[in-house]
Design a binder for this molecule. Structure first.
Ligand code: 9WN
Length: 422
């Protein structure tokens, strides 16, 4: 089975290769997405390390002068209306939003897979200043709460777009009228998703309102002009992992690792101090505009388990094993609390389980001495992919596949799991 699965996963990545990067899906997502490319590179390194470097390089090449890495880089060869909101909406070749910072981790792992090839290409010396500028943008410009954490100004920036955690802050956003939207994600002619699996029109109206407002104020990152501002535990945890990776990268290329070690420690302190809820036994996001904790139990609250030296790993594992996430019984790690009345096994980020967040929890289990649970989760992820194919996400109760087929990060992370025994 292993050889077949590996071959099938590599074929998905080959079919989705667009020349210098990989599309997340040939149907739903025909451009380059930021955190997708990082996860894709983490898998590609096992079958085509040169392509993994190209994947990251092409994203880094689209970096803005202020350091941000855009959430989407549009392919000029793809018709402008293939994805909404596309280049016409942004008036640029990239989106102006960002996505979670998985890139430095990916760059370091891609380097380790083929040090000779990477040194020959000058991969890390070229990537390092760009990654450093990216992290500086997040830590300086996006610390909207002034407490040392990154704030997100749009649900798309979280990667878990339709998370129930965002319902309360989104309710305050005036939606663009449904008739004004040109949603492409629901177009059946293009082989797209069913409405029951995607965000509602109301949510889309709010996403578009927030994105247009950010664009129209020239991407100014200020709390009082943001209609949405949240501190997300997953984004901040991933920045900790990214700074740990930067420590290693800096040491490898002869730069000073100390600032990255300090940044990782500061971010870990702020993450635990500000977003961990001891009573809930999980991390909870915070709404900066309303000044309140967003008390939805989501997988984003478990992902900080991947942070090394996390002082609250024990209770977090307990929560993952408990009735809300049912680690060991569920298929992968559900995106949302299985006991919540509004849990939905098929709708975007409101219940189904994704491979990337499950992979991060798997890394966390390994990092905190939970080898048995890690091995079990790995086996479940591989079994699901073998049965359902490389689907975008799965029903955590049945393992049935949903969303796009031949989804790139699913294939990539399966390759990574296959390459790692436990
Ligand atoms: C908006 C590409 C992206 C992922 C996100 C996922 C989804 C886009 C959408 O697809 O978001 O960015 O159109 O729904 O939520 O995590 O990066 O795979």
């Amino acid at each position: 089975m292993t050889g077949e699965l590996r071959g099938a996963a590599a074929r998905v990545l080959a079919a989705n290769w667009a020349g210098a990067w990989t599309v997340p899906s040939r149907t739903l997502y025909p451009h380059q997405w930021s955190w997708d490319s990082a996860f894709i590179a983490l898998g590609l390194r096992h079958v085509a390390p040169g392509r993994a470097r190209q994947e990251l390089n092409s994203l880094l090449a689209a970096q803005w002068a202020d350091g941000r890495l855009p959430h989407i880089v549009f392919d000029p060869a793809v018709p402008a209306d293939a994805y909404f909101p596309g280049p016409g909406f942004w008036g640029a070749r990239t989106s102006g939003l960002v996505q979670p910072p998985v890139h430095a981790l990916a760059a370091w792992e891609v380097f380790r897979a083929d040090p000779a090839g990477a040194r020959h290409d000058g991969f890390l010396p070229a990537a390092y200043p760009r990654l450093a500028a990216w992290h500086r943008y997040l830590r300086d410009r996006r610390d909207l709460g002034g407490d040392g954490l990154v704030a997100l100004i749009h649900p798309w920036e979280s990667g878990t777009d339709n998370s129930p955690a965002w319902d309360a802050p989104l309710a305050a956003v005036d939606p663009v009228p449904i008739g004004a939207l040109q949603r492409r994600d629901l177009d059946p002619a293009a082989g797209h998703a069913t409405a029951a699996e995607r965000p509602t029109d109301l949510d889309y109206g709010r996403y578009v309102r927030l994105a247009a407002a950010y664009r129209d104020r020239g991407y100014a990152d200020t709390l009082d002009t943001s209609g949405f501002a949240v501190e997300d535990p997953m984004t901040n945890a991933l920045l900790v992992l990214a700074e740990h990776a930067m420590t290693a990268i800096a040491a490898e290329i002869g730069a000073d690792p100390a600032p990255h070690r300090t940044a990782a420690a500061e971010l870990t302190g702020a993450l635990v101090g500000r977003l961990y809820d001891a009573d809930a036994g999980t991390f909870l996001a915070r709404d900066l505009l309303a000044g309140r904790v967003l008390d939805a139990y989501t997988v984003a609250g478990l992902v900080p388990l991947a942070v090394p030296d996390l002082p609250v790993a024990g209770p977090l594992v307990k929560t993952a094993l408990g009735e809300r996430f049912q680690l060991g019984t569920a298929h992968l790690v559900p995106s949302y609390d299985l006991t919540a009345p509004d849990f939905d096994p098929a709708r975007y980020w409101r219940g189904p389980a994704w491979y990337n967040t499950s992979w991060l929890v798997w890394r966390g289990l390994r990092a905190h001495g939970e080898a048995g649970h890690a091995a079990d989760l790995r086996a479940r992820m591989l079994a699901c992919a073998a049965r359902a194919g490389f689907r975008e996400y799965v029903d955590p109760h049945t393992g049935a596949g949903h969303g796009s087929a031949d989804f790139s990060w699913t294939a990539a992370l399966v390759l990574d799991l296959l390459a790692t025994r436990a």
